[in-house]
Design a protein around this ligand. Sequence first.
Ligand code: NAP
Length: 282
Amino acid sequence: MSADVIDGTAVANQILSDAAVRSTRFAEVVGRKPCLATVLVGDDPASHTYVRMKTNRCATVGLDSRAHRLPETATTGDVVALVAKLSTDDTVDGILVQHPMPHQVDERQIFETITPTKDVDGVTGASFAAMALGDKGFASCTPAGIMHLLDAYGVDPAGQRAVVVGRSPILGKPIGMLLLARDATVTYCHSRTVDLANMVSEADLVVAAVGRPELIKGNWIKPGAVVIDAGYNPGNIGDVEYTAAAHRARLITPVPGGVGPTTIAVLLAQTVEAAESAHVVE
Ligand code: NAP
């Protein structure tokens, strides 16, 4: 068997083209474009790259972006003050605080300063609770992007045995909850899981969300399974041993070009949605 490859760029383009249409309509009605404010603290090169990719994308979809930078030495108080100001700024619709932040900054306190109606990256406790309870709110972007991929390829999680490897609050935990909400039977694996290979080998749907290159071996994959690799490691390597896994899976995401593009697309779509909600644009 050789898996069909999930084209994350194509799925992302569909989300982005819908966001672009809505963004144009918003600008016609409100007289300005939807605006995403980004907050970048410190000098981490990868974070700079991610923020640049996101702001460049804003321009192509007809969104404004406003980049705010604070030095490596910024305190929690400095970042809280900036985020609090953006939270009450009527010309800002969405706020993205890029993480990880320097060690002296209390990330959770920063996230909780974002008003939930502008939490387009889905990092606040309120957004997490809304997602867990199935209430209205902004989902964490990568898990929401993965659900778009599954829907675009006709994968119905209902009744499937899903194994999520990783339990971070922005990725592993929420994707498990979204799959559960769609009636999958979900098992979480993590660094203390005993016999990961056996767990993965029983999965109809595997989501890898670890950040360890090729941790998940191709011969662990159940023949005919769907494999979603959210991992992104130096050298464009995912968490799954791609070539060997593709010989056994039915559907698989490549790295890059799988999960990554949909993450940014969801961020921008949620920014447009935040703008529409704040200004009652139907
Ligand atoms: P994280 O916060 O570091 O969480 C990693 C998770 O992996 C933890 O739950 C950890 O378990 C688990 N883990 C570590 N070693 C393990 C092992 N040997 N076996 C099983 N589980 C293990 O990472 P994250 O932020 O969720 O990101 C995970 C990956 O996704 C990274 O490669 C990141 O770059 C990528 N990512 C991609 C996107 C995208 O847009 N494509 C977005 C976000 C993240 P414990 O909880 O027990 O420590």
